[in-house]
Design a binder for this molecule. Structure first.
Ligand code: UD1
Length: 423
């Protein structure tokens, strides 16, 4: 396994191209299951998670080809298997996104139940409750969820007890194949949900209200394969914004969508960053020293949980004490112990983190525990004095395309090396 080594303390300056969003690409691949035909997805990021969903679709019988550096065709004319094994779900929880489309097209699916993960319990009970509301029989057996609807799904009014992103997406896809109207109340409003609704509508579905907390799907419309461009990754954009903020750097991020990042932009402005933006670019200049702020993560359009760790890295060197409240996941502070090894002064109390800013961080050996935690340790390493070794970078490769190359191009002293030590 590889590690990333950063010799910190360099100011970043230059331009970075933002990749397509992982969290939009995954449901887009899942949506190709809904009807037979040849789809073309463009602006697809080169990531481990994308490889995983491609492997999963191939296992089902889809024919998938690379049509260019970021274009992938998916032919779902013939699908034979409706099952997703434990090995795939274990590598990527979002594998459960195929459950809804499989139920809609084939009337059945079988998928291993995801276990806990590094950032919390993360059950899929709300997905399953929604499918049951649409008439599916759900049984659990040997760690697998069996879902079947031999007479097809029927539209239903579903209230989601918690705002769930993949839950909203899964149910929205299932509902396109249901007879009648489905209403999703308390739906997620994330840009990736809106993107998926746009794709479904382009395919011929009738989905209204995506981007609000009430989504209406008039099911049973004939669907066809389409070409779809994946929207820019707002978390990758935000991560580079944090990198500029912590190094007093100046970065222009192109091919992004600043409209999807308002909560992050406003917090970074409060921290002292200067930000200017156009429709598909933004430029950010970091302050000489960050100012402390209060942050609470919540579903979109609030501050995203996927940016909590990276901004905590910035606040670890702020001029005062910041308070962060993590309200989405119960255990998303795994990076704190590693940041402390770099000299950060962070106190955890339940869902709150009190981040007492220190004058500087120092390089250390640190271990990545999940995707965004890995990114936060890289951000911290960019500003730390000396060398930071971020180990177990397979998490990083799940969600960031060539991050070390992109950072090196703007002046970071960063490289990927084989890690010979045992985990
Ligand atoms: C998605 C994103 C992930 C992001 C998260 C929150 C994808 C592929 N992943 O994950 O990057 O961090 O949204 O913005 O888009 N919950 C339940 N029961 C359920 C479903 C969810 O209790 O059936 C809980 C979860 O444990 C969590 C909260 O609801 O506490 C929100 O989770 P959810 O929005 O579902 O996250 P994901 O869709 O898995």
């Amino acid at each position: 396994m590889d590690k990333i080594v950063i010799d910190g303390g360099r100011r970043l300056e230059g331009e970075i191209c933002i990749a397509g969003a992982k969290n939009a690409a995954l449901p887009a691949f899942a949506a190709t299951i809904l009807c037979p035909g040849k789809f073309l997805l463009t602006n697809v990021p080169n990531l481990k998670d994308v490889d995983t969903i491609i492997a999963l679709l191939k296992e089902m019988g889809a024919v998938i080809n690379k049509e260019g550096p970021n274009a992938v065709s998916v032919d779902t004319e013939r699908l034979a298997h409706c099952e997703v094994s434990y090995d795939l779900v274990r590598t990527m929880r979002a594998s459960c996104l195929v459950l809804g489309p499989l139920l809609a097209r084939m009337g059945k699916s079988r998928i291993s139940l995801p276990g806990g993960c590094a950032i919390g319990e993360r059950p899929i009970n709300l997905h399953l409750k929604g499918f049951q509301g649409m008439g599916a029989n759900i049984t659990l057996e040997e760690g697998y969820v069996n879902a079947d609807a031999p007479d097809g799904l029927v539209g239903h009014k579903i209230y989601l007890d918690l705002v769930t992103v993949t839950g909203t997406e899964n149910l929205m896809m299932a509902a396109t194949g249901a007879k009648g109207t489905t209403i999703l109340e308390n739906a997620a409003r994330e840009p990736e949900v809106v993107f998926l609704a746009d794709m479904l509508n382009k395919m011929g579905a009738d989905v209204h209200g995506a981007g609000t907390d009430k989504i209406t799907i008039n099911g049973g419309k004939p669907l066809k394969a389409v070409e779809m461009e994946i929207i820019p990754d707002r978390v990758e954009t935000g991560t580079f914004m944090a990198a500029a903020a912590i190094t007093a750097g100046q970065l222009k991020l192109v091919g992004c969508n600043p409209a999807h990042l308002e909560a992050v932009t406003m917090k970074l402005a409060e921290i002292g960053c200067k930000i200017t933006e156009g429709s598909d670019w933004l430029e950010i200049t970091g302050p000489a020293r960050p100012k402390p702020v209060e942050i609470e993560t919540n579903p979109y359009p609030s501050f995203p949980t996927d940016m909590q760790a990276q901004v905590m890295a910035v606040l670890s060197v702020a001029d005062g004490t910041s308070v962060i409240t993590e309200s989405v996941f119960e255990n998303r502070y795994m990076h704190v112990a590693e940041m402390r090894r770099m000299g950060a002064n962070i106190l955890l109390k339940g869902r709150n983190a009190f981040v007492h800013g220190v004058g500087s961080l120092s390089g250390a050996q640190v271990m990545a525990t999940d995707l965004r935690a890995s990114a936060s340790l890289i951000v911290a390493g960019l500003a730390a004095k000396g060398k930071t070794h971020v180990r177990r970078v397979y998490h990083l490769d799940r969600g960031y395309e060539r991050i070390e190359e992109k950072l090196r191009m703007v002046g970071a002293n960063i490289e990927r090396k084989p890690d010979r030590k045992r985990d």
